[in-house]
Design a protein around this ligand. Structure first.
Ligand code: SF4
Length: 145
């Protein structure tokens, strides 16, 4: 189940205004992300032994695929988590049914500016979030084996 917390009525990605801040945080990868990206690139991820998760490598605090013009070099095949913007995952619960809470990045300069969000916008985010959750679960099931 996906829950959206907080409102967002308009949004546009203004990556040149914030210097692509979203590409300067930890980018969690699923095994599906890794398998897809490694068909074209190598040496782009690492495993964090502290939490058991896989992450994108960084250079100078930036994702290694963030280009000088602040665009994504792998936009077509980018990780599932990058498709959740302008939301962040604020909570994941595993019960009878897995649930995820998404909160808008209110600190984003594009928040409540630009294009009006509507049903389609939320449907797309929901699809991406479900895909991320499924892939994340599969990743952990495989790692437990
Ligand atoms: S994969 Fe692309 S969108 Fe995702 S953090 Fe890296 S540069 Fe940004």
């Amino acid at each position: 189940m996906i829950t959206f917390e907080g409102k967002i009525e308009k949004w546009s990605c203004v990556f040149r205004e914030c210097d692509a801040k979203c590409c300067k945080r930890d980018i969690l990868l699923t095994l599906n992300d890794i398998e897809r990206i490694e068909k074209e690139f190598e040496d782009f991820y690492y495993k964090n032994d502290a939490d058991g998760n896989y992450y994108m490598k960084t250079e100078g605090g930036r994702c290694i695929f963030l280009q000088d013009d602040l665009t994504c070099r792998i936009n077509r095949i980018k990780p599932s988590i990058c498709r959740l913007l302008p939301f962040k995952i604020s909570k994941v619960s595993y019960g009878d049914e897995i649930s995820i809470v998404l909160t808008p990045l209110v600190e984003c300069p594009g928040y409540e500016h630009g294009v009006e969000t509507g049903e389609e916008f939320f449907e797309e985010i929901e699809k991406s979030a479900l895909r991320f959750l499924r892939e994340y679960q599969q990743t952990h099931q495989k790692l437990k084996k």
